[in-house]
Ligand binder design. Sequence first.
Ligand code: FAD
Length: 339
Amino acid sequence: AHVAVEADVAVIGAGPTGLFAVFECGMLRMKCVVIDTLEAIGGQCAALYPEKPIYDIPAHPAIAGGELIERLEAQAAPFAPVYLLGRRVEALQEKDGGLFELRTSKNEIVRVRAVILAAGAGAFGPNRPPLNDLAAFEATGAVRYMVARREEFRNKRVVIAGGGDSAVDWALSLKDIAARVTVVHRRPKFRAAPESVAQMEAAAGRGEIELAIPYQLHGLRGGQGELDHVVLATLKGEEKAVPADHLLAFFGLSMELGPIAEWGLGLERSHVTVEPATCATNIPGVHAIGDIATYPGKLKLILQGFSEAAMAAHAIHPRIFPGEALHFEYSTSKGVPLG
Ligand code: FAD
């Protein structure tokens, strides 16, 4: 492991409250590194409802989840945060001299003097199908939950499971290069853009895609992590085996607290307990904000997370600048560095 980044504050989670914490820290001259499991910033707003309007952000009668994130990113940008995306924070260790070291899933070390935990309900990960020996097939890449390089599927036999946009869009994209594409869905209706569903059905009519409906994933056949068949079953238990080199499962994302539960933080039903005036956890220097934080009267709303970001930043300031008095000023007199 090598030290990838040193900063004043590590913000774990690039959801709305983590992004606003970067701004609040920046106003107090504290540099942030932001880490998120997802490849893109925005937490739930970007991953779960980018186009849904939010009605309770002050001064925005309505704003889409994705647009809120774009604006928060722009608001934080003058403070030049370092974004480490596509990696999960696995470990948090306290070191001598008031330092913390975070280790990411890419085996990097991030060294900071304070931590703002803005981890929502935990790290996002794919919903996995309940199949035997899944891990062995995941390890070789035979079973996947996303497509990084389309070319990897050239001349391969691919089974795509799911009924949403990802399943339909990848079926349409891969049919041109894969040897065979089978789409498995447990009901006749797809929850995807109607135009794409129509294209997929037309392609199935021409024999370019095979539709296995209504079927569910039932098993994986092969050896040493190499797949040769995906076994499907109807609800009545009728089985069929489809020849396959790859299974692509698109069952959406879910969040799990994961490693955070092992860091010695005070927890109450999968939330981190904090002192409400400062969002301090039981570990001095570690503050929790947003959906992951709980205290009497906590509301899981973005606007409350924004306020918590401000309180955490102010509480952290003396750790970063010991002995320096913090004269409270309004943002207008601070002069946000532009560009
Ligand atoms: P999140 O947005 O959950 O982001 C947390 C991030 O932390 C995630 O990206 C996750 O991958 C990352 N993370 C977690 N653990 C780790 C780790 N170990 N390493 C690296 N990264 C990690 N709220 C409102 O105020 N108004 C609304 O109208 C509204 N509508 C909603 C509609 C829907 C459909 C949903 C699902 C939620 C809605 N909410 C609404 C709730 C709102 O989205 C959440 O309160 C908000 O997203 C919480 O922000 P956050 O920054 O605390 O965490």
